[in-house]
Write a protein that binds this ligand. Structure first.
Ligand SMILES: Cc1ncc(COP(=O)(O)O)c(C=O)c1O
Length: 367
């Protein structure tokens, strides 16, 4: 079966380097918040063009810690997209605030800036756009709205390491940004890991404290925090992968262009839109079709995996029943949840395998 994504095939290509790094960590005796984490933080901040980067336990914690460090909590609202992984909104709820959804853009699948202003109230504190599937949200417009209404902009860049918007890196496009190094992400580790980037030193200082039980100095706790640190072992893996991220992202874009070319003439399938302001890193390559189930069933029979991201919008999740949303509130997001599906795309996907997938899609259309 050709999978949708395959972290193992990606990491296999650098296995010797990784094994050496893992051995070095083991031998170092330093496993938590050591020099590998601080080196990686410096490297990532420099690469993205932010003053600070702070390693944390995972992408969800990155969002929670950032919201918490901004003092966002009970009684506050944060505007975000209903079409994302659950963790985006979950983090808002976890700090005690309320996620307020705004519908997405039909072409980019990202939050539609023209739908944001209507949602702003006296208690809105932040806008939390997601760079979905690896393509940055319309950050120019979003930042303008935020500035006008004195709101923070927190990027959910969990799917977009290496993506750019108007020449700037995802992660340096708002006030703070959150990354995930979950194994299927563009920049992976072999477990959980996360990072926050920001150029606000006060925010960074508070996040550094929050990630380690609210402690500024060992055994001195100024506030109730979390235990959410990036482990040395993950910092070592991420630092090694970072040497290959440009190559991997280029290859993802190459595969995406090959799908784009091949699917151009295919009826019943709409290819993902490429925003000219951005470089997309194709964490996922999602196409839209009214005949999603037919395509997916046919491809499964030919040993080709496909995936649905995301089959249920966040405003329709049981966990958010209490917010009182209903079907029809966000028609574009709802329609995407019924029509989008992802084709296999990952650095280890062979061109012959991709040709086979394309040939099978064409055959399904002609049958
Ligand atoms: C858009 C988005 N936000 C947040 C997360 C949460 O990241 P993690 O799984 O590292 O907690 C993910 C990934 O799973 C994601 O895709």
């Amino acid at each position: 079966m050709i999978p949708i994504s395959d972290p193992k095939s990606q990491l296999d290509t650098i296995q010797d380097e990784l094994l050496k790094e893992l051995k070095d960590v083991l031998k170092s005796g330093q496993y938590i918040l050591g020099s590998r984490v601080s080196d990686l933080e410096r490297t990532i901040a420099k690469r993205l063009g932010t003053a600070e980067a702070i390693g944390v336990g995972n992408g969800t914690d990155a969002l929670i810690l950032t919201l918490n460090a901004y003092g966002i909590g009970k009684g506050d609202e944060v505007i975000t997209t209903p079409f994302t992984f659950f963790a985006t909104a979950e983090a808002i709820t976890r700090v005690g605030a309320t996620p307020v959804f705004a519908d997405v853009d039909q072409r980019t699948f990202n939050i539609d800036p023209s739908k944001i202003e209507d949602k702003i109230t006296d208690v809105t504190k932040a806008i939390l756009p997601v760079h979905l599937f690896g393509q940055p949200a319309a950050m120019g417009e979003i930042n303008q709205i935020a500035k006008k209404h004195h709101l923070y902009v927190i990027e959910d860049a969990c799917q977009a390491f290496g993506a750019t918007y108007k020449g700037n890196q995802a992660g340096a496009l708002g006030d703070a940004a959150c990354f995930s190094f979950f194994p299927t992400k563009n920049l992976p580790t072999i477990g959980d890991g996360g990072m926050i980037t920001t150029s606000d030193p006060k925010l960074a200082k508070r996040i550094r404290s929050l990630r380690a039980h609210g402690s500024y100095k060992k055994y001195h706790h100024n506030e109730i925090g979390y235990n959410s640190r990036l482990d040395e072992i993950h910092a070592a893996v991420i630092a090694t992968c970072l040497n290959y991220i440009d190559q991997w992202n280029d290859h993802r874009r190459h595969l995406a262009s090959r799908y784009d070319d091949a699917l151009r003439e295919i009826p019943f399938i709409r290819r993902p839109y490429r925003d000219l302001d951005s470089t997309h890193v194709y964490h996922l390559y999602c196409v839209e079709s009214d005949q999603r189930d037919e395509f997916r069933n046919a491809l499964t029979k030919q040993n080709i995996s496909t995936g649905v991201y995301y089959p249920r919008c966040l405003h329709l999740q049981k966990a958010y029943e209490h917010l009182g949303y209903k079907l029809g509130d966000f028609p574009i997001a709802e329609s995407l949840s019924e029509k989008l599906f992802a084709l296999p795309l990952y650095p280890g996907l062979l061109l012959e395998e991709q040709d086979y997938i394309i040939e099978r899609i064409k055959r399904q259309v002609s049958e």
